[in-house]
Design a protein around this ligand. Structure first.
Ligand code: IPM
Ligand code: MN
Length: 362
């Protein structure tokens, strides 16, 4: 007899279209739970622009402490037209990353059949890689300051912080992930060793030292500017890419476009020893709020990533098969209003596929 695994999930639907897409992710999670014999308890949190406007609080210490007691966090979108840019992003997203020490930002980049890529002649065979982005250091650490603010002599300094410990744990995660993924068994370090000779000296040395423990993984290096070229010209060269926070931010937006855009792209903010947060990459899309035109597949993909990270790989596989089937057989497009179905109909299609597909024994 096996005991049913049970997970407590904190849900932050957030702003704009966030609630519409998270609802579909939860629909799919509940369906796959029944099919795979696990169970989810969802607790909803109101954080986002409206909560901030009503209370003046973005996310308190107590809120962070409470979020830290869940098995995972599932987020919709953050961003409100009446709130100055930066307040919610820093107060919620970055605050969670730092406070919960979510030191890896994991971004699978996969072109599914039936999805258009702007890259001429590239097919799903060519676009299937994962970016492991360091998520708590670098230029995002907030080190620096402004002197003589608002005067002609003003000086602004923003430093990139790279610690041996922070760099090493991220690189080690990338090697482990690459081995587990078992696809190309190749890890590419993305840096800028020709100019950023301090920060990327540390990255490069650490990369080669850790690599000795993974003789089964091929290693490669590319400068960040070159990686932007290759990602467009030869995306098939990549299996897993590891990089720092700022470069990772930039190359994952490029990567999201070649996999079909924001309707599809999902990511995880991982603390492999703690509480991780999963989110679709797209923003809150205020102008589409309540219209039911946003593609929920990015949110459903982030739920799949959550299942994988929780160790529910059979359930994750079923969700991915649902996504693959719906993209191939049903959807007419992936962009807002181009699907031929509403947001909730797309969620229904995936959920129906999962409940109809044969139950796999765990
Ligand atoms: C991302 C986002 C965030 C980042 C913003 C919203 C703070 O762009 O997750 O990539 O820059 O990391
Ligand atoms: Mn970004």
């Amino acid at each position: 007899m096996t005991t049913e695994a049970s997970y407590n999930i904190a849900v932050i639907p957030g702003d704009g279209t966030g609630p519409e897409v998270t609802a579909e992710g939860i629909k799919v999670l509940n369906t796959v739970a029944t099919a795979c014999g696990c169970r989810f308890d969802f607790t909803y949190f109101p954080f986002g622009g409206d909560h901030y406007k009503a209370t003046g609080v973005v996310l308190s210490e107590a809120d962070l402490a409470e979020l830290g007691t869940y098995d995972a966090i599932y987020l919709g979108a953050i961003g409100h037209p009446d709130v100055q840019p930066g307040i919610l992003e820093k107060g919620i997203l970055l605050n969670m990353r730092f406070h919960l020490d979510q030191y890896v930002n994991l971004r699978p980049v996969k072109l599914y059949e039936g999805v258009d890529t702007p890259l001429k002649d590239k097919t799903p065979e060519d676009i299937d890689f994962v970016v492991v982005r360091e998520n708590t250091e670098g230029l995002y650490a907030g080190a620096g300051g402004i002197l003589k603010l608002g005067t002609p002599d003003e000086v602004a300094v923003q430093e990139s912080i790279n610690t041996r410990k922070g760099v090493e744990r991220c690189i080690r995660y990338a090697f482990e992930y690459c081995r587990r993924r078992n696809k190309g068994r190749k890890l590419t370090l993305c840096g800028k060793t020709n100019v950023l000779t301090f920060a990327f000296d540390l990255w490069e040395r650490t990369f080669h030292e850790v690599a000795r423990e993974y003789p089964d993984i091929e290693t490669d290096y590319a400068h960040v500017d070159a990686i932007c070229m290759w990602m467009v010209k030869n995306p098939e060269w990549f299996d897993v890419i590891v990089t720092d926070n700022m470069f990772g931010d930039i190359i994952t937006d490029l990567a999201a476009m070649i996999q079909g855009g924001m309707g599809i792209a999902a990511g995880g903010n991982l603390n492999p020893e703690g509480v991780s947060m999963f989110e679709p990459i797209g923003g809150s899309a205020p102008k589409y709020t309540g219209k039911g035109v946003i593609n929920p597949l990015a949110a459903i993909s982030s739920a799949q990533l959550m299942l994988e990270t929780l160790g529910e790989s059979a359930a994750a596989g079923r969700v991915e098969n649902g996504i693959i089937t719906v993209l191939r057989d049903d959807l007419k497009g992936v962009g807002a209003g181009q699907m031929g179905f509403s947001t909730s109909e797309v969620g229904d299609l995936v959920a129906d596929y999962i409940s109809k597909s044969e139950t796999t024994e765990r």
